[in-house]
Design a protein around this ligand. Sequence first.
Ligand code: NAP
Length: 354
Amino acid sequence: MSYIDASSPILVTGATGYVAGWLVKKLLEQGHTVHAAVRNPGNEQKLAHLNQMAAQSPGQIKYFKSDLLQEGSYKEAMEGCQLVYHTASPFTSKYKNPQTELIDPAVKGTANVLQTANQTPSVKRVVVTSSCAAIYTDAIDCKNAPNGELTEEVWNTTSSLDYQPYSYSKTMAEKKAWEMANAQNQWDLVTVNPAFVMGPMLNPKATTSESFNILKQMGDGTMKAGVPKMGLGLVDVRDVADAHLQAGLNEAAKGRYITVGHNTDFLEMGLALQDKFGKDYPIPKKALPKWLLMIVGPFANKLFTRKFIRNNVNVEWKANNSKIQNELGISFMPMQKTMEDSFQILVDNGIFKK
Ligand SMILES: NC(=O)c1ccc[n+]([C@@H]2O[C@H](COP(=O)([O-])OP(=O)(O)OC[C@H]3O[C@@H](n4cnc5c(N)ncnc54)[C@H](OP(=O)(O)O)[C@@H]3O)[C@@H](O)[C@H]2O)c1
């Protein structure tokens, strides 16, 4: 039994998102009423999978038009909710102005949603989808962390508006969330901090998540010459949804939760696809040498600076996921299953033109 009244609606901001889709699916399957806050409730393509899930589940979905940058725009969606999931935040490498396109929606958006929670007496808990990006910027930060691994105690101190601004946006947004949580005692805050998320997209034709973009590049030939062996953490989107469910519905959940299944790298992710798809698709099977990347990287991609290459390529990534396993009972899917299930969805949806 949860401390949340099961008949009260549950708000999910950014319900159209890749990560949020699986959370909404699981909430609907459990019979909850989901208040889905979306930027454009008239965009049928973005909502198609949510409507289909609702039709097949005991729960119900109601849409509310909300924008992170419009103060008060989550008020109606939050009314009567005891539990709020704040997942909305841009996750993209395609930006021109990092301040207005990444930092402002992340930080002002979080403040906006939490301010509304302060004004909505029914709210008991807010779960913010933060990220491991609020804990580290580059794989080398793992080496510099106590005992050589990331834990919930560690905060990202190395990103900025000019260097890895997505990580900076998530760091500043999570800091804002804790600051606002600590300034009141009506609701408590729990953050879910996923590493890089993979796993099946529920709406692959409409998603803009960077998770989709990277997976697509693994099969469309962009990476056929090889990949940088960059250390990172990987987690299945279905496990991330379970982490959110527990973080929201389990009264004992507390603090931050690193949500990662595997300490890995880009090469291993590609290799995990070889058995099933290697014959038919140009999936990367070797690592690009660091010296070569140092020469061509900065010309090929503006984010691939020499500093970034030095701090990430051939550098091991390591995080400790024991807190979420011990406190919330989350276990993690095998990486090969995650990679194969995700890639199969792109194949089935004709994402790779032959
Ligand atoms: N994917 C990962 O590897 C990963 C890892 C760690 C944490 N996360 C976090 O998980 C969350 C979801 O990411 P995702 O991968 O699922 O990306 P996504 O599919 O692009 O989802 C982002 C969501 O944020 C919404 N959004 C963006 N700007 C907005 C604005 N100004 N107002 C209202 N909504 C806005 C988007 O709405 P529209 O549909 O209208 O664009 C979308 O629903 C983010 O907080 C991200 O930082 C993701």
